[in-house]
Every structure is written in structure tokens, then in C-alpha cells.
Design a protein around this ligand. Sequence first.
Ligand code: ADP
Length: 250
Amino acid sequence: MNEILQVKHLKKSYENNEPVLKDIDFSLQKGEVVVIVGPSGCGKSTFLRCLNLLEPIDEGSIILNGETIDRKDKNVHQHRQKIGMVFQSYELFPHLSIMKNILLAPVKVQKRNRKEAEKEAEVLLERVGLSDKKDAFPRQLSGGQKQRVAIVRALIMHPEVLLLDEITAALDPEMVREVLQVVLKLAEDGMTMAIVTHEMEFAKAVADRVIFMDQGVIVEENRTKNFFAYPQTERAKQFLNTFHYEALEI
Ligand code: ADP
């Protein structure tokens, strides 16, 4: 099996509170798209943040390409660059143009040649339909456009794995689609991704596999079609039913 990322017995709590993640085992194959779903507060975001080494873990290991990675490791920056992350809030610098926002990490952190990185940024902006925005400032862009820039900013670092944490949750409905289409295209192109989303139709379309979490544990894991058609546990059934009712109410 061609596993890029493996997580073994991951445990995590915040400040001596109840554990938020209780013994998580997880793996991601190269080119695979896994969607993580579950009720609010069950630990999805914490899990992604642990994978990106933004949060310290209490126990367990995170293994990238066969190598255990650790926040205290001297190579933490290199490891983190291999795992890109896009957040709900785009976190663009307001005083920098879109191009400068995108170039900041490759030029300052990776010390890449500016011209070469700029060329790549142009190609990526074109790919997400924003060629004409490179000189604009974040305030001149819609939420959906800003989120597409945030995706470009992650991609230019050439991550081996991309983590997406509720990237459409703060967007108006008409902008959700344009962002999700970019992600669908990335999946088609073979990007390895772990995605947290509440967009169940999108999950059905993009995921190879679905993981259902509740209260800090992986309750159920299945191929996408099976998960939605035949959820195995009562908790997953109840969770999916809430989306059904929401859809009916609209
Ligand atoms: P989800 O993404 O599934 O909504 P989170 O990972 O955001 O869940 O949160 C899981 C639990 O951890 C929640 O009870 C939340 O309140 C708590 N939590 C999240 N971040 C922090 C933090 N920085 N400090 C303390 N508690 C936190």
C-alpha cells in the first residue's frame, strides 16, 4: 500500500480537559481523498490541526512517507510544508496584493527564485479562474475568490497532502460552488486530501472514503457510496438524518 500519511494511537487534550481525540488511527494513500464528517465539536478541526503540527499531541505518532514527524523536530518547518492546510478564514494579509500574499511563503520561507515562483503563481491563479486578480488586494475580492487564493497559496508550496478545514463554511451559498469546483478539480488531478466539510453532496462527489467521527473517536469508516447508502452505526444514521431534515426544510 502506498501510504503517504499514517496516524497511530493519536491522543490529544486541551489543558488537562477531557481528551478531544481519543486514540485515533488513520491513514491516507497517495492520491486518495478522505472526507471527515461528524457533529460540531467532535474533534475534526483539532485532528487536522494535529496533522499539520499546529497542535501538540499527547500521545501517538504521525508518520509522513514513513518518517515520524514531531513538532519538536528540527525539521518541523520542512514537514509542515509537505502538509498544506486551508482554513475556514482565508487569513490573507490585507496590506499585500494577491500575488504578494501567494509569494510570501515560497520566496521568504522556501527561498525560491521570485520570478520562477511568480510564473507558477500565475499558472495556479489561472487554474482557479483568478488570473485578473493578481494585483488586487484581498478587500477587493469576494469570499469565494479569497478562498481560491488561499488554495493557490497552499498549492504553490507543493504539498504532498492538502488538509481542508471547512473551507466553505463562511461563504455565501453562491460562492460555495466555485470553491468546491476547484477542490473537485484538484481531486481529479490526483491531489491527496483530507477534507472536513458539512457539504454532504460535495462529500459524496469528492471522497473516496468517508470517516465519521463522534466525541473524539472514529466511529465509522467506509467507502463513500456505502457510507451514505448503508451507514453501519446508529450514530452515523442519526447524523445523516439531520442533513436529510435540513434539506427538506429548505
Ligand atoms: P469540530 O471541528 O469537530 O467542530 P473541534 O476540533 O473544533 O471540533 O473541537 C473539539 C473540542 O475541542 C470542542 O469541545 C472544542 O470546544 C475544544 N477545543 C477546540 N479548540 C480548542 C482550544 N484551542 N482550546 C481549548 N479547547 C478547544
